[in-house]
Design a protein around this ligand. Structure first.
Ligand code: F6P
Length: 325
């Protein structure tokens, strides 16, 4: 305990997500307002193991609210998944006088947070992932911005698709979850959405494209989630203009979806969750993740977060289909 003050560490882990900086800022400034010290941990759990720490004050987090990425840097640490790595991390935390840790990240990061919590460390998790695949929160930090990035890209692609009467295969991120694909499919009026949760064949895609042409559409937009059963390149190879009417192009959006300035929604969500995380510690609550429930932020036990799998709301998948007529 530095200067007899309660000391909280903060780290970001896993894939970065827009709004992580807003969350760091909220944690730091709320902690300072509650007379705590704050230590920034670099490179996620890797930095926790190595003791790669920096003291943070109010100015350290100035000018970052609107920036994508994470000023603390991030990583996916294999070493931390082993108990030896976790023991070393706890040793480094104790050496630095860290009384609690705030972990901002995705599913894997919440797993790590729970592992520390089980070993007696006071931990609070904040869900940060563009995929929105974390159980216990309606929305994770970064998802809204990613959806807006995808929407802007698809709108632009539709302009050129319509002008040339083409089918466009557009691949979104989402290793295990079709959330981004389904929601942007609705928001962008896609003719078809392919997601990991629903099996699909290339023949079904060819038929959907052909039907869109026959219905007099000027384009066909197919959104394929990265984790779906079909590779975008494989589908493209199966679509022949002679059969379906449209010529075909494909665009893999890739990591552009993870970058960029966070939306107003993500800045607010991240700020609210950052504030709540420190408030939890003040109240003696830990071993939980902040989760958006209805309009409020709840505390969800980390053990529940990691033992449940978030499922996609199939209502939205069917809605995307109905609206594609
Ligand atoms: O952060 C989640 C995610 O963006 C997934 O959708 C994607 O599969 C993965 O990260 C990519 O990870 P990396 O940046 O390590 O290639």
């Amino acid at each position: 305990m530095k200067n007899n003050k309660f000391t909280v560490g903060v780290l970001t882990s896993g894939g970065d997500a827009p709004g992580m900086n807003a969350a760091i800022r909220a944690v730091v400034r709320t902690a300072l307002a509650n007379n705590m010290n704050v230590i920034g941990v670099k490179h996620g759990y890797e930095g926790l193991i190595k003791g790669d720490f920096d003291d943070l004050d109010a100015r350290s987090v100035g000018g970052i609210l609107q920036r994508g990425g994470t000023i603390l840097l991030t990583s996916r640490s294999k070493e931390f998944m082993e108990s030896a790595g976790q023991r070393e991390a706890i040793r480094k935390m104790n050496e630095a006088g860290m009384d609690a840790l705030v972990v901002i990240g995705g599913e894997g990061s919440m797993n790590g947070a729970n592992a520390l919590s089980k070993q007696g460390i006071k931990v609070i998790g904040l869900p940060g992932s563009i995929d929105n695949d974390i159980w216990g929160t309606n929305l994770a930090i970064g998802t809204d911005t990613a959806m807006n990035t995808i929407m802007e890209a698809v709108d632009k692609l539709r302009d050129t698709a319509s002008s040339h009467q083409r089918a466009f295969l557009i691949e979104t991120m989402g290793r295990n979850s079709g959330y981004l694909a389904v929601m942007t499919g609705i928001a962008c009026g896609a003719e078809m959405v392919l997601i990991p949760e629903v099996p699909c064949t290339a023949e079904e895609v060819v038929t959907a494209v052909e039907n869109a042409y026959k219905r007099g559409k000027t384009h066909a937009i197919i959104i394929n989630a990265e984790g779906s059963a079909l590779r975008t390149t494989d589908i493209a190879a199966k679509i022949d203009e002679k059969d379906v009417g449209f010529s075909t192009r494909m665009t893999i959006l890739g990591h552009i979806q993870r970058g960029g300035s966070p939306s107003a929604y993500d800045r607010l969500l991240a700020s609210r969750m950052g504030v709540k995380a420190v408030e939890a510690l003040v109240e003696g609550i830990h071993g939980v993740m902040t989760g958006l429930k209805g309009k409020g932020i709840d505390f969800i036990p980390l053990a529940d977060v990691i033992s449940n799998k978030r499922k996609i709301n199939m209502e939205y998948y069917h809605m995307a289909k109905v609206l594609a007529r």
